[in-house]
Design a binder for this molecule. Structure first.
Ligand code: GLA
Length: 791
């Protein structure tokens, strides 16, 4: 490892007279060692030049009122912006560390003992770590004043993405066992009176809805206690100055590379300092740290921007794409897939699967995924989890036979597993009931008829690795959907010396399994899933480059889900499928094109019985898939923009490529208004000097949408619902939304006044027939490049 020693201006981390300056492309993070040995935060915001930073020191010269002064001095820790506050020394704000020391007290006083600057990120042994050869790491060592206990604060700077990560290790050099009750990965004090806090909250089929509220007093907590990062509260949190919008204003973003119980707390202190901390949830947590042992926290991620929430999201997106997702999958195109789940549930056999695959191939699909129900006695969700022996009644030629036939059709093949779970009605449970998490002598609660396997146990880890690897080695499998369908309850593990260690040990066990399996099968594309997006987090993304965003495939609901996730996660991480309408989750009817448009802002798949489609629908899907393949790079890895809601019934998503020569903008209309006003569509992120050709993507609508009006616009009088119409709609669809322009980026940013919407006064192919749940996709391509290949 190369040690960076000098103070050259091109360096990312500089230290001068115990002042540390960490710089990314556009931000600086500065702190210093106080005479007392504590660390004072001086700045997190715009990039500053190197200079005398005394103007940033906190001044305490008017007395401290009721505050407690540190030792015999005049300094109150309570009034300082600190890097990682000592517990029990007069700082009464929320504490990042609670640890029972050898004397039984919870008082700790860690002070500066040295530091080291190294090139590259430093990988952890037990937990996933962001990678980056061009990153630079600062490790500050602190020692407790009384006991031989050492803490390291580790800062890694990912300069090009404007992200800094933080984590903490504790080493016990004493002869007593320490009890860690709470240990945050990051604690940061910012000077502000209040922030708007943005979190992603929800539940099954309504994950990651973004919520924003002002937090001006007291403590706010965003936390999961389910054992997973959870669909209730995603670990990502944003603090935004109250006037911050998508494109203007200061904001700070935080996330955690961890898949278990997380905790972010934000306290507004009485003196204009906001403390934010993030790490493992202290809920039911207690870690015994034996003499000589050390504990490492998950890595927390932070970034800031003064250019609004989109820019903040872009930092996160770049960071995930380049430093979280493994190198092997970085920027790698993801296949268009077909998944049989919503079409068949458990009720399939080889013939049915092959006929679906054949149809999928004809439409342009690249990967066929066989979901739940292929193993053991898994004919419903009451049995079979744990037994990954193929069910020969359904698949007489086994997985290898099915995979071979699918491959012969020209498709790749993928398979579903739920390795962390067991049904009581399974061979595994009958043989090893002790593998399941439950309290001896007590009946456990069940979720989806299943129990969770105790991943802290090495024998369970080995069992899972063997089961999954045996199947993967036995057939041509290029994709795995790794599911996890219930929260943990009745937590008790034989594998840990204290039950407070069980939640975190589960996650350590999970990571050990994932490291081994994904390492042994690096070419297999893994998609993580947990009843949809119940474990959408940076920990899972470190091993599996994509996550099934939600079991909800209704596009109108997906706007909220994918839109929410986009604050922290790029489109390249979001599995998004087109499904049958009415939707299984909402019974809402939506147009096929809207379903496709929403799914195309993620990793496109189809999850419906393709054999039920009529000719026109098939044609439309063929067109969709070929359009997506042409624009795949842009849709999966382009810059994603959210637009402020200009109208209550409108949502706009947009992507722009790196060169700013291509962009796709979608205008989604939630509900139709009668005789609506004119719409203006704005493109963001384009180059003002470039001339673009803008046009709507070919759209067509079901003629049935006209109802009784149809008889006035067709040459023949057609009866609504009649036989002729029923047959006509199978072979004919009406074009609409046809418009195109040539214009420079400046005009496109200022806005295109698009065609009028339908208002009963007539139809023309130019009319925008959006209706309820309609959408209009527009592309902008640099003039002269419309036909060029790589999109
Ligand atoms: C979960 C997943 C679904 C599907 C089912 C199968 O609910 O989220 O996509 O795989 O399990 O049981």
């Amino acid at each position: 490892m190369k040690i960076i020693t000098g103070t050259g201006s091109d360096q990312v981390i500089k230290e001068n007279s115990k002042v540390f300056m960490l710089s990314t492309k556009e931000t600086s993070y500065i702190f210093r060692v106080l005479p007392s040995g504590h660390l004072e935060n001086l700045h997190y915001g715009d990039r500053l030049r190197e200079q005398d930073f005394r103007a940033l020191y906190m001044k305490q010269n008017a007395g401290a009122g009721s505050s407690v002064l540190y030792m015999d001095g005049a300094m109150s820790l309570d009034l300082l912006p600190l890097e990682y506050a000592p517990n029990g020394k007069g700082d009464y704000r929320i504490m990042p560390l609670e640890i029972e020391m050898p004397d039984g007290s919870h008082v700790t006083d860690f002070v500066y003992a040295g530091h080291e600057i190294t090139e590259g990120a430093i990988p952890m042994e037990t937990l996933p770590t962001a990678h980056g050869e061009d990153a630079v790491t600062l490790t500050v060592t602190l020692r407790d004043k009384l006991f031989p206990v050492t803490m390291k604060l580790i800062y890694t700077v990912f300069s090009n993405t404007d992200v800094i990560t933080r984590r903490v290790t504790i080493s016990n050099g004493s002869e007593e066992t320490l009890r860690i009750r709470k240990i945050m990965s990051l604690s940061l004090d910012l000077l502000a009176d209040s922030f708007d806090v943005i979190t992603l909250d929800g539940g099954w089929i309504r994950e990651a809805h973004a919520h924003r509220r002002n937090h001006a007093h007291g403590t706010f907590i965003n936390e999961s206690t389910t054992g997973a990062s959870s669909n209730r509260h995603n670990p990502g949190v944003i603090l935004a100055e109250p006037h911050t919008t998508e494109d203007h204003g200061r904001c700070y973003g935080f996330n955690l590379i961890y898949s278990g119980n997380h905790h972010t707390a934000i306290e507004v202190s009485s003196h204009g300092i906001v403390r934010v901390m993030t790490g493992i949830s202290p809920h039911n947590f207690l870690w015994l740290l034996q003499p000589g042992a050390f504990f490492e926290t998950p890595e927390a991620v932070m970034t800031t921007s003064k250019k609004g929430l989109n820019d903040l999201s872009h930092h996160f997106h770049d960071f995930v794409n380049h430093h979280v997702v493994s190198k092997g999958w970085e920027g790698k195109a993801r296949p268009v897939l077909m998944n049989n789940w919503e079409a068949t549930f458990f009720d399939f056999n080889e013939r049915k699967i092959l006929s679906m695959a054949k149809e999928a191939k004809k439409l342009g699909v690249e990967l066929f995924v066989l979901d739940d129900g292929w193993f053991g006695e898994r004919n419903d969700d009451k049995a079979g989890l744990g037994d990954y022996e193929v069910n020969r009644k359904k698949l007489p030629n086994g997985i290898s036979g099915l995979a071979r036939k699918i491959k012969e059709m020209g498709l790749s093949f993928g398979l579903w597993f739920e390795p962390e779970m067991v049904n009581e009605d399974s061979a595994l449970y009958r043989k090893h009931p002790e593998y399941a998490i439950k309290i001896p002598g007590r009946k456990p609660s069940k979720g989806r008829n299943q129990l969770v396997l105790d991943l802290s146990r090495e024998d369970v880890q080995s069992y899972i690795i063997k089961q999954v690897e045996t199947v993967l080695a036995s057939a041509s499998i290029s994709y795995v959907k790794w599911d996890m369908n219930r929260h943990i309850s009745d937590l008790y593990s034989e594998a840990v010396p204290h039950q407070g260690m069980a939640f975190h040990s589960y996650i350590l066990g999970l990571y050990r399994i994932l490291r081994k399996i994904t390492g042994d099968f690096p070419d297999v594309l893994f998609e993580s899933c947990s009843s949809g997006g119940n474990r959408f987090d940076l920990g899972m993304l470190s091993f599996m480059p994509q996550t099934w965003a939600s079991d909800n495939t209704d596009p109108i609901e997906r706007l909220k889900i994918q839109g929410g996730l986009s604050y922290f996660y790029p489109p390249s991480t979001m599995g998004a499928h087109v499904s049958q309408s009415p939707h299984q989750q909402t019974l809402r009817r939506t147009p096929l094109e809207t379903r496709f448009h929403v799914a195309s802002f993620g990793l496109l798949g189809y999850e419906m019985d393709l054999t039920n489609l009529n000719m026109k629908e098939k044609e439309e899907i063929i067109h969709q898939i070929s359009w997506y393949k042409e624009h795949r790079n842009l849709m999966q890895f382009g810059r994603f923009y959210r637009h402020e809601k200009e109208k209550e019934n409108r949502v706009n998503f947009q992507v722009v490529n790196e060169e700013k020569t291509r962009s796709v903008l979608d205008n989604f209309q939630i509900l139709q208004n009668a005789s609506p006003g004119f719409d203006v569509l704005h493109f963001k992120g384009l180059e003002k000097e470039i001339k673009y050709h803008v046009e709507t993507v070919k759209a067509s609508m079901d003629i049935e949408a006209f109802g009784e009006l149809l008889k006035h616009i067709t040459p023949m009088k057609l009866k609504p619902g009649g036989l002729i119409l029923r047959n006509a709609r199978k072979i004919y669809r009406l074009p609409h939304n046809v418009e195109s322009y040539d214009a420079y980026g400046d005009l496109l940013e200022s806005g295109i006044r698009v065609n009028q919407q339908f208002m009963r006064t007539g139809y023309a192919k130019e009319t925008r027939m959006l209706g309820d749940f309609g959408s209009q996709l527009m592309t902008a391509e640099k003039k002269g490049e419309e036909e060029s290949g790589d999109r």
